[in-house]
Design a protein around this ligand. Structure first.
Ligand SMILES: [Zn+2]
Ligand SMILES: [Zn+2]
Length: 433
């Protein structure tokens, strides 16, 4: 009697939530026949389910955005062509509904979510690698046994090291950034007033972009971010393998840029770090990074950060002509990356490209940066993608801290420790998907 009551309650909750949900602690709903969604049983394989449902492994993988053949008991799979219940993989989770991922509402606690979803606080913490009971509004909580969730949108961030506003977007001729200015800018939005208000150094600048927090960290190759990076937020929220992320750079994987793959933040760290792609060039040629980036994008990461070092390297040598050539090279690299995204069905129409830089340079001496002059703090941002209205010049002051929460909004993932604000001017309501 008690058991029946619980089952009825579970059923009511499932119906109230309007979402496919296997009541935990009872039999899976589709233990034998082929239904959509299909609840994976112990011992199931994609091949077995494909036979049962008269489809193919390739179609199952495509319909469920699976990047490998690995499945787990309790997952719910969309069966292509079958009459469907609700799709288990959603691009926009509903706040407060008992589905995986669960979207935390204001006032929620793990205990409340556990009660609502028929599980325990311990199981929730284990499934989400949580070390504490602390949760945040809009945080995504995976339910034990729930299907993996993948956002449809993708984000690629190109970070040019240390170009000066006066030589790029602030140069009225724009002669060194012809592609960004003439080809990409009309497709999206550029920020005329965006600043690095932390340390105007390379490691701290990249950490601010990746984490949305000013972090005065060492610039000598030992400065790992202290606040979680977007890679960690993405992988923690979606349970993604590292292969869905990419950090592309030039040089030692344990050196300065390699440090940006993950932070030292509690509850985050290496387990959620980026897949690293590095080239072994000398830093003076962004062409080798571009080649590594195109190779990385062929692996279809959903969040990629590409660091181009040549502009800063040339500037430090004092060769102004070489510095300007490097700016043109970075401009060309960003344009080729955009073209590569448009020619790949995985990315085309679903990907936002952000081109920015970590810091500027002194106005009176282009070889120097690291101080707090306006020319060192004034950076650049160009955003192009399906949710960014075309042809905008944004004059509202912004900072590098605003990039991480904005990327979080684009990917539908929470960035709870980021201190910046979402730049809603480049994240308009999604069109189509
Ligand atoms: Zn730099
Ligand atoms: Zn430098």
């Amino acid at each position: 009697m008690v058991k029946r009551g619980l089952y009825a309650l579970a059923l009511i909750l499932a119906i109230a939530g309007g979402l496919a949900w296997a009541p935990l602690g009872s039999q899976p709903v589709s233990a034998v026949g082929c239904a959509s969604p299909y609840v994976v049983r112990p011992g199931d394989s994609l091949a077995r389910i494909a036979r049962l449902c008269e489809t193919t492994v390739a179609e199952l993988r495509a319909a469920n955005h699976l990047t490998s053949d690995l499945i787990h008991p309790g997952w719910q799979l969309v069966i292509p062509g079958a009459s469907s219940g609700a799709a288990p993989v959603t691009a926009t989770p509903v706040s407060g509904a008992c589905a995986s991922p669960y979207v935390v509402r204001r006032g929620d606690s793990l205990a409340r979510i556990a009660r609502l979803c028929g599980t325990t606080v311990e199981a929730l913490k284990a499934a989400n690698h949580l070390t504490r009971d602390l949760i945040f509004p809009d945080q995504l909580i995976a339910l034990p046994g729930g299907a993996r969730w993948l956002p449809a949108p993708k984000v690629v961030i190109v970070v040019v090291d240390g170009w000066r506003y006066a030589d790029t977007f602030g140069d009225l001729s724009h002669e060194h950034i012809p592609h960004l200015w003439n080809d990409l800018r009309p497709l999206g939005a550029w920020h005329a007033a965006i600043y690095n208000l932390g340390q105007t150094q390379t490691a701290a600048g990249h950490a601010a972009i990746l984490g949305g927090v000013w972090q005065p960290i060492a610039n000598d190759g030992t400065g790992r971010p202290t606040a979680p990076t977007l890679f960690e937020y993405y992988r923690k929220a979606t349970r993604a393998p590292a292969s869905e992320t990419a950090l592309v750079f030039n040089g030692d994987p344990h050196g300065k840029a390699g440090q940006w793959a993950y932070s030292t933040a509690a509850g985050y760290g290496a387990a959620y770090g980026a897949q690293v792609y590095h080239s072994d060039g000398d830093g003076y040629d962004d062409g080798v990074v571009l080649a590594a980036a195109l190779g990385a994008l062929a692996q279809h990461p959903r969040l990629a950060v590409i660091a181009l070092p040549a502009v800063d390297e040339w500037a430090h040598t004092g060769d102004f002509a070489g510095y300007l050539r490097a700016i043109a090279g970075a401009d060309s690299a960003a344009w080729q990356i955009w073209q590569a995204l448009q020619s790949d069905a995985f990315y085309a129409g679903q990907t936002t490209l952000l081109v920015t830089n970590d810091h500027g340079r002194q106005l009176e001496n282009f070889t120097q940066h690291g101080g707090d002059s306006l020319s060192e703090q004034h950076v650049t941002l160009l955003t192009v993608g399906p949710r960014t209205p075309a042809g905008q010049e944004v004059t509202t002051p912004r900072t590098l801290r605003d990039i991480a929460p904005t990327v979080g909004a684009l990917l539908n993932i929470p960035t709870p420790l980021a201190e910046g604000e979402v730049m809603w001017e480049v994240v308009k309501p999604a069109r189509g998907n």
